[in-house]
Ligand binder design. Structure first.
Ligand code: CUA
Length: 312
């Protein structure tokens, strides 16, 4: 089995998925055994020339028995549905203390960036036992972030941020694949997730050239692209303040309410006319074509940091 070592479950989610998979396997095997057992029994019992009674059968199945096994089957299916959906629902939202890592996909590589600015290509180092949330976007076409051992797969789309989270349960090196056909070198768009003990991870992280962290890079872009001209506290232009915006519910001019998450911030930068905040004029120009996805990730990280209280 050692050649499948890299596929055996390596996250809490993978354990959940495997548990229900095993149960389904056992249930299917038991049902198949029952059906084939009955086929065999009847084939032998009623073979040509046997003395088994034929003709009208006595009614030996009682009404209670009929109701009982119908209810039991229904209960089993409802239980399986409930179990599978609860796993699915919990896989949608990461715990609040998750470690955020940014992923940028492009033809044909994975670029990852840690909170302190450390960057990697086709590799991602993470600590074991800690929830990791990936904020992912694509620079060109649709890709899909797939780690078989983690039992997670999420499309990575241009013009949108998608999330994926997992909590590694053991150290090791696990293959990362692109699971959406994305052009000539799709099959070569692979990487490795390196799960390390927390101390080793801390050591690894501090040994990386830090470059610029995303929020600082975003803060510079914020000024360089003129965002600060309107959104700074001292500005004369009537534009929404971004202080404390991230994660808040925003009232829109058309009466809708939206949560200011990564997707909302990205849309506001690229299609500012779409979701106008209540009480403001639609005066913001679109930055579509002027900022690339990496820059939008940086700006989003900066706006987020205004809420986290890092850049007051
Ligand atoms: Cu990227 Cu397939």
């Amino acid at each position: 089995m050692s050649s499948f070592q890299h596929l055996s479950s390596a996250t809490t989610h993978a354990e959940d998925v495997d548990r229900i998979f095993d149960l389904l396997l056992v249930l299917s095997a038991a049902t198949s055994a029952l059906v084939f057992g009955l086929i065999l029994t009847f084939a032998v019992r009623y073979r040509r020339g046997s003395a088994a009674p034929r003709g009208r059968l006595p009614e030996f199945v009682s009404r209670e028995f009929e109701i009982g096994w119908t209810a039991a089957t229904l209960f089993t299916f409802v239980f399986l549905f409930w179990w599978a959906s609860s796993i699915d629902v919990s896989s949608q939202s990461a715990p609040a203390n998750a470690l955020d890592i940014h992923v940028l996909a492009k033809q044909w590589m994975w670029k990852t960036q840690h909170a302190n600015g450390a960057r990697e290509i086709n590799e991602l180092h993470v600590p074991v036992g800690r929830a990791i949330r990936l904020q992912m976007t694509s620079q060109d076409v649709i890709h899909s972030f797939f780690v078989p051992a983690f039992r997670v797969k999420q499309d990575v789309l241009p013009g949108r941020t998608t999330e994926l989270w997992f909590k590694p349960t053991r150290a090791g090196v696990f293959p990362l694949l692109c699971a959406e056909y994305c052009g000539t070198d799709h099959s070569l768009m692979r990487g490795r997730i390196i799960v390390m003990p927390p101390e080793a991870y801390a050591q690894w992280l501090s040994a990386q050239p830090q470059g610029d962290d995303l929020a600082h890079h975003g803060a510079r872009l914020f000024v360089a692209n003129g965002c600060s001209g309107c959104h700074a506290a001292s500005s004369n232009v009537h534009a929404p303040s971004l202080q404390g915006l991230y994660g808040r519910t925003v009232a829109l001019a058309d009466g809708r309410h939206v949560v200011a998450d990564d997707a909302y911030i990205r849309d506001s930068i690229l299609q500012p006319k779409r979701d106008i905040a209540a009480g403001y004029e639609p005066i913001m120009p679109s930055f579509a074509g002027l900022l690339d996805d990496g820059e939008i990730q940086s700006l989003t990280a900066y706006i987020r940091s205004l809420t986290a209280g890092e850049h007051q």
